[in-house]
Design a protein around this ligand. Structure first.
Ligand SMILES: Nc1ncnc2c1ncn2[C@@H]1O[C@H](COP(=O)(O)OP(=O)(O)OP(=O)(O)O)[C@@H](O)[C@H]1O
Length: 233
């Protein structure tokens, strides 16, 4: 069990979020709040707005209406350049298909966002190797993605998401390409490593087993939060 301290602060919130794609409704008015150290599963039927919510909360999409707040700062009105910096410095991302660069070894994949942000190569690689060791990949730092198993590659993606010490880690079906046993190891690692560092986690998933590893689940139906919401453990 991984209970939240009642003192933990809301780090990310969305208020009245509405997003349309032309005449298609993505979000029809969603309120959500996540605390530091809390893992939230976003569930619901296909095509009902889960990924749209993740993208709006993460500053990838701007909402048509509503507000997104990160750590006491309103972020939905930032311009594209500021949102890009925000994503790199304050948020982490894990996708279904790890999105690692095939030609780079694991340590360089993890170090890359730090180097883009101006850290020296030596310092960035050092930090990358430390966090890769923490996710159980000390022996694999020099391997390219094609030389890793699916579960190992997803661990590298988790290390990359965490290396910049983000306030929130967003994951979209992070176990979708893995078998059940590997998937549960990967979600445990993601939730454990992120919340241990005080980050919040927002995980879009179809998988009840993944949601059961989170503290809470939010069900999105027709672009709205369904009443079937609550603690899942
Ligand atoms: N770029 C886009 N252009 C047009 N319509 C879109 C776009 N992205 C999403 N939609 C539509 O918005 C609605 C919500 O999509 P979204 O991807 O958020 O759903 P989802 O719940 O994440 O689905 P899934 O579980 O299948 O990934 C769907 O009707 C979808 O077709």
């Amino acid at each position: 069990m991984n209970f939240q301290s009642p003192q933990s602060q809301v780090v990310l919130s969305g208020h009245g979020l509405v997003k349309h794609y032309g005449s298609v409704v993505g979000l029809a008015g969603v309120d959500v709040a996540v605390r530091s150290g809390e893992a939230l599963a976003v569930m619901g039927p296909s095509g009902n707005g889960k990924t749209t919510l993740l993208h709006v909360l993460a500053g990838i999409l701007t909402p048509d209406q509503g507000e997104v707040w990160l750590g006491g700062e309103r972020v939905d009105q930032l311009n594209d350049a500021a949102r890009t910096v925000l994503r790199r410095r304050r948020l982490g991302f894990v996708f279904q298909d790890n999105q690692l660069l095939a030609e780079l070894p694991a340590d360089e994949n993890v170090a890359l966002p730090l180097m883009v942000d101006g850290l020296s190569r030596r310092e960035a690689i050092g930090r990358a190797r430390t966090i890769l060791a923490q996710v159980g990949l000390a022996a694999e730092v020099g391997r390219r993605p094609g030389e890793l198993s699916g579960g190992q590659a997803q661990r590298v993606a988790i290390a990359r998401a965490l290396v910049g010490e983000p306030q929130v880690v967003f994951a979209d079906e992070p176990t979708g390409a893995l078998d059940a046993a590997t998937g549960s190891q990967v979600i445990d690692l993601l939730v454990g490593a992120a919340t241990y560092r005080g980050a919040a986690v927002v995980v879009v998933t179809h998988d009840n087993a993944v949601a059961a590893r989170c503290h809470r689940a939010l069900h999105i139906v027709d672009g709205r939060v369904s009443d079937a919401m609550g603690a899942v453990r």
